[in-house]
Design a protein around this ligand. Structure first.
Ligand code: XMP
Length: 506
């Protein structure tokens, strides 16, 4: 069992819930009686609280607690009380700090910080701070303003952190608490992903965001859709989901999104029509990397304008576990192409991050979506790149090329669906190759566009085989494309594997 000593923080019970979710019993006690609750206890967590350690009548604990050989984790006020009682020093900060901060881990060997990235987003809420650590302690993490954001005495298994790992907007908060359980020699179990689990996630988000507002960049992909719906279930209309129609989307994408999220789920979705701006910024751009950069920057600019209007405190992102690994630089693909995800906002906006899916793999995200009642048309969606059709048009992106590609792509999509191949393929799409070839239509010579079809089988984004889709299906696609899209007179099928060919052509 873990004992949590409650110093009056609003989020003490959240610490309890997190620990319980890991399959461990918890009791929350007042500071005065903690020594009565130490039988069968494997770890003690000191919560945060609104007081100052040196204030008159401030809650405190009996120092004997540190001599019981039980690991202790102090959170915020908990860290300050450890420091204060064991010979360190605590002082009021220049001003109260409430909001996000970047924690930099200075000692990655710390058992409390195991498996965490070097830099992570954490949530601060405090007035005082530790200015001198007690003898026997060392610092393992800092922020720009807090030199003792994580302190530890590994020999005595005592740890202190200035931020709040229990709130959803501290990245890897659960990992840190799991690490503490490991230090306490507790073998925890992750809960099954079921309705109860999802409901708990919603409760957590509700309590962590409180009465504040949040925004979300909704792309219509599985991850951002599930993240947005989770947060919508938690805080309703205080979440504004911003969907930017870049004009680079597939056919009917915006219409479907409106129907699903606005009409069906009654979510607060703001659709921003920015197609003209994207095309203007893409004028004359032919280099693939340049295209991605221009699109990424334009997305962020549009999002920033909308975010500023809304005065939100939190940004919801559909980050999933593999994204975190990839952004840590292990994925070679990210060095090949600058992948861009819509959620990024400039650092100076100081928004707290809410990433409810950050511990999930893709299949778990789909399962969470289904448990939330989402239809298969959303949860089983195939990936679609952030830069959209622009990276499937070789050369400059124009309205004409987009219209041609969109029509061809819709045919590919429809025929894949008709053939029942949707779920067996990673992706299937059309590419505007920019290559003109000679053909004949009626009795006339035509000089028309060449469209390529790419259908891929893959287990992850790292490698892929071209899909052996039946010839009849290819034939249907080809015949329909040249008949229904007049500008096209030739269709080719891409038979390249990855590596060396990436899935997208640009
Ligand atoms: P590549 O072309 O790198 O694609 O083999 C691997 C997978 O990633 C998708 N992709 C992207 N997704 N932003 C995204 O969100 C991007 O910039 C991007 N580029 C490629 C691609 O569709 C495929 O599923």
């Amino acid at each position: 069992m873990i004992v949590i000593v409650d110093f009056g923080s609003q989020t003490t019970h959240l610490i309890g819930r997190r620990i319980r979710e890991m399959g461990c019993d918890v009791v929350i006690v007042n500071p005065e009686v903690v020594l009565d609750h130490t039988t069968n206890v494997k770890g003690i967590i000191l919560s945060g609280g609104p007081a100052s350690v040196y204030g008159k009548g401030s809650p405190t604990i009996d120092k004997k607690i540190f001599e019981l050989n039980i690991p202790v984790l102090g959170i915020c006020y908990g860290e300050q009380i450890i420091s204060y009682l064991l010979g360190g020093e605590v002082k009021p900060g220049k001003k109260k700090e409430y909001g996000p901060a970047t924690l930099t881990i200075t000692d990655l060997t710390s058992p409390l910080l195991k498996s965490l990235p070097q830099d992570l987003n954490v949530w601060m809420s405090h007035g005082d701070a530790v200015v001198k650590i007690p003898p026997g302690f060392k610092t393992t993490g800092v922020t720009e303003t807090i030199p003792y954001a994580v302190i530890e005495n590994e020999k005595k298994k005592m740890y202190g952190i200035q931020f709040h790992p229990e709130v959803v907007h501290t990245q890897f908060g659960e990992v840190l608490l799991q690490n503490f359980l490991t230090i306490c020699n507790i073998h925890f179990q992750k809960h099954e992903l079921d309705v109860e689990y999802v409901n708990n996630m919603i409760e957590d988000i509700k309590e962590s965001i409180g009465e504040e507002k949040a925004i979300c960049a909704l792309s219509g992909g599985v991850d951002s859709s599930v993240a947005a719906l989770l947060v919508h279930k938690a805080i309703g209309h205080r979440l504004t989901s911003i969907y930017i129609d870049s004009g680079l989307m597939r056919k009917d994408e915006t219409k479907t999104l409106r129907e699903v999220f606005k009409t069906h789920y009654r979510m607060n979705v703001k659709i921003v029509h920015a197609g003209k701006l994207f095309l203007k910024n893409l004028k004359g751009v032919t280099d693939p990397e340049q295209k991605r950069k221009v699109i990424g920057k334009t997305f962020i600019k549009v999002l920033e304008i909308e975010a500023k209007k809304l005065k939100a405190h939190f940004l919801v992102q559909g980050t999933i576990y593999p994204d975190i690994i990839e952004s840590a630089g292990t994925k070679h693909a990210s060095k090949i192409k600058s992948h861009h995800n819509v959620g990024g906002l400039p650092k100076n906006m100081k928004l707290g991050l809410v990433e409810p899916l950050r511990n999930f793999y893709k299949d778990e995200v789909r399962k969470a979506g289904s448990l939330l009642g989402m239809s298969d048309s959303i949860v089983q969606r195939r990936p679609f790149p952030g830069p959209g059709l622009a990276i499937r048009i070789i050369g400059e992106v124009t309205e004409r090329k987009l219209a041609i590609l969109r029509a061809c792509d819709a045919i590919v999509k429809e025929e894949v669906k008709n053939a029942g191949l949707e779920l067996t393929l990673w992706q299937a799409f059309a590419i505007f190759t920019g290559l003109k070839t000679t053909g004949v239509r009626g009795d006339e010579r035509v000089y028309g566009e060449t469209i390529a079809i790419r259908a891929i089988e893959a287990k992850d984004a790292m490698s892929a085989h071209w899909a052996r889709i039946p010839y009849e299906v290819m034939d249907k696609m080809s015949v329909r494309i040249v008949n229904e899209v007049r500008a096209v007179n030739r269709v080719v099928y891409d038979i390249s594997n990855k590596p060396p060919a990436t899935m997208e052509w640009e």
